[in-house]
Design a protein around this ligand. Structure first.
Ligand code: C2E
Ligand code: CA
Ligand code: CA
Ligand code: CA
Length: 279
């Protein structure tokens, strides 16, 4: 490492070079992948605590790369962050979710919600609001079907702009969830200012909640705080019945996790829904 006198530090780092090269390759691949339909969604069911009823899905991106096989979103989304490709891909996801909801309604399932993850860039993109409101018209859908998931990171990046976008989209009927809650920097003060409906407790707290007292306390105080603000709470990463019961006893409203269902591939989704409503 060489210092240049100021506080900047120039480091020759072959790994950094590799990362840049890797990123350029990924961006090229995304363009091809969109054209060649290598992306799909997996939909993970969400369950209402009191009734144990299925109420909707979170849409999760899947990439089937021709050479590298299935690539997890955790491996390519961070690489694409801040790129045009991520915004384009994000719009593809949104459009696909509208198509799915329209299909559900056409099949007679008119009460299914879909939660869509939005990256910071996508959320702060000036085209987002017009894009969403145009889709509502084009697909003739009510925005009540859609919940937009933002991370704490997105909110702290430009809080005033984020709030302005949320206020606009809420007028159209979209609802908002804060994802990965507890892993970022948002505070009670932030939450109070934010027109959000739902808080999603990050799975990293849920995994060990019954073994690790700190995680347990974080979850329980989050639930209590969220309820005091009249918001709803989703716990993600629920893997056991014991976790579910403990969360439910403490007032958690909705669950998502392998205990109920893994993300369901798009082509099996109708079958899943039919199974849920078969009784
Ligand atoms: P996330 O939004 O926190 O999504 C939840 C992740 O937890 C998903 O991983 C899901 O499969 C996983 N999960 C859910 N329940 C359980 C469980 O019980 N046990 C375990 N071990 N895992 C569980 P996935 O699908 O790999 O997605 C990873 C991340 O990629 C997401 O985390 C989200 O940040 C991002 N992502 C996925 N799709 C999109 C998208 O369309 N747009 C954007 N911007 N980000 C996306
Ligand atoms: Ca229950
Ligand atoms: Ca999410
Ligand atoms: Ca999470």
């Amino acid at each position: 490492a060489k210092m240049n006198g100021g506080d900047q530090c120039f480091v020759y780092d072959p790994k950094m070079y590799q990362r840049v090269a890797h990123r350029v390759m990924m961006e090229g691949d995304v363009r091809t992948a969109l054209l060649e339909h290598q992306f799909s969604l997996a939909l993970q069911p969400q369950i209402e605590a009191n009734t144990n009823r299925f109420i909707g899905f979170e849409a999760l991106l899947r990439w089937k790369h021709p050479e590298r096989g299935m690539i997890s979103p955790d491996d390519f989304i961070p690489v694409l962050e801040n790129s045009e490709q991520m915004i384009e891909l994000g719009y593809w996801v949104v459009r696909r979710c509208f198509e799915l909801v329209r299909n559900f309604i056409q099949l007679g399932y008119s009460d299914i919600k879909v939660a869509i993850n939005l990256s910071a860039n996508q959320f702060l993109d000036p085209n987002l609001s017009p894009f969403l409101t145009n889709l509502l018209q084009a697909y003739e859908l009510d925005a009540k079907h859609f919940e937009l998931e933002l991370t704490e990171q997105t909110l702290v990046e430009d809080i005033d702009k984020a709030i302005a976008v949320m206020v606009t989209l809420r007028e159209y009927g979209f609802s908002f969830a804060i994802d990965d809650f507890g892993t970022g920097y948002s505070s009670l003060a932030y939450l109070k200012r934010m027109p959000v409906d739902i808080i999603k407790i990050d799975k990293s707290f849920v995994f060990g909640m019954l073994e690790n007292n700190a995680d347990y306390q974080i979850i329980m105080s989050t639930i209590a705080m969220v309820k005091s603000l009249d918001l709803k709470v989703v716990a993600e990463g629920v893997e056991t019945g014991a976790q579910m019961r403990s969360l439910e006893e403490n007032g958690c409203d909705y669950f998502q996790g392998y205990y109920f269902a893994k993300p369901v591939p798009e082509d099996e989704i109708i079958e899943y829904i039919q199974e849920q409503f078969r009784h």
